[in-house]
Design a binder for this molecule. Structure first.
Ligand code: 8YV
Length: 326
């Protein structure tokens, strides 16, 4: 029996390519070319499966043009690049990489919160520019972290990881809002209290966004929401660009309507709204929350494991849909 044909859309760890070649005919993009949708469709011809990195849309157009495709394995936990109803009706399995990145991403969320609250990058730029000539009582005086109120919007696995770090490590008072409330046991583990979105916005000293990007969460934080936040609050986005209205945020930061923001994700990334580059009170990182070597390797391996299990007939390990005819 001939091996299934697999396309790997971006450069990944050579050892994972090696593992895939034990099971499949592999077409890898180790030159890391960035393909347009048309180029991706062209390269998917004759492929039974694809390993994707979350930025390649799997939509009705692609599915119609690639009838042989049976599985799209994302090397990400978020899968807003998938049109789930279209994939399900086309009989295409989607998979993601949950759990393996939870703690690493929660670490980063906390690091970004700390850097934002304590003005770490802003003060480093000042030092590097040779501007540090003397001490002053209010030089880079920032926001308190320990003992403050940590607000979390989106209380999945990563949100819970951030809550635990805040509550247990920094004595923070943790409040959260989510589509569904956690069980009493999980709330106790996270020391987190469920509140409505308005209360979350009004009470949080640090508001961390960890919710999935869907049509409903588009611009969940815009000018009106920012206006409800405390003037000394910080806003941290490690979820997806598009959840925050970046233009409205840049304006609010410029007018100091909140103290600062920390952003790892952007609307239309890798482009960044030019107004965000102009304001000093924002920490900007290039979508690296899951970027440690062991975690990125675990993500690539789980994506590969999904392909192997699926074509072995064992079923995908971490499916995100249930197509009728897989
Ligand atoms: C990815 C992420 O590295 O897993 C996710 O959902 O956001 C990151 O871990 C990113 O999506 C790459 O595009």
């Amino acid at each position: 029996m001939s091996k299934p044909h697999i396309l790997v859309a971006r450069k990944i760890f050579p050892e994972v390519i090696e593992r895939l070649t034990q099971h499949f005919e592999v077409y890898a993009n180790q030159d890391d070319n960035l393909w347009t949708q048309a180029e991706l469709i062209e390269r998917l011809q004759g492929k039974d499966g694809a390993l994707l990195t979350g930025t390649q849309p799997v939509n009705a157009e692609l599915l119609a043009a690639c009838p042989q495709l049976r599985i799209a394995a994302n090397m990400t936990v978020g899968y807003n690049n998938f049109d789930i109803p279209a994939m399900t009706s086309a009989g295409v399995q989607g998979t993601n990489t949950p759990d393996v990145l939870t703690e690493t991403t929660a670490d980063f969320g906390f690091a970004l919160l700390m850097a934002t609250a304590r003005r770490i990058t802003e003060s480093e730029h000042y030092l590097r520019a040779g501007q540090w000539t003397r001490w002053s009582y209010d030089m880079f005086a920032g926001c308190e972290v320990h003992g403050s109120t940590l607000g979390i919007l989106g209380m999945g696995r990563i949100g819970q990881g951030i809550a635990k770090r805040g509550a247990h490590g920094f004595g923070m008072n943790v409040i959260y809002h989510n589509r569904s409330r956690l069980s009493p046991a999980l709330e106790a583990e996270c020391k987190a209290r469920y509140v409505g979105k308005d209360e979350l916005l009004a009470q949080a000293d640090h508001l961390v966004l960890v919710l999935p990007y869907t049509p409903e969460s588009h611009h969940a934080i815009g000018a009106a929401e920012i206006a409800r936040m405390k003037p000394m609050a910080t806003l941290i986005n490690i979820a997806r660009g598009g959840i925050v209205d970046d233009a409205a945020l840049a304006q609010a930061l410029k007018e100091r309507r909140i103290a600062a923001a920390g952003l790892d994700v952007f609307e239309g990334e890798p482009a960044v709204h030019p107004a965000l580059l102009e304001v000093p009170n924002v920490v900007l990182t290039p979508h690296i929350a899951s970027a440690t070597v062991p975690t990125r390797l675990a993500m690539a391996q789980l994506a590969a494991d999904n392909l192997v299990a699926f074509f072995d007939g064992r079923g995908a390990l971490t499916p995100v849909n249930t197509p009728a005819k897989v």
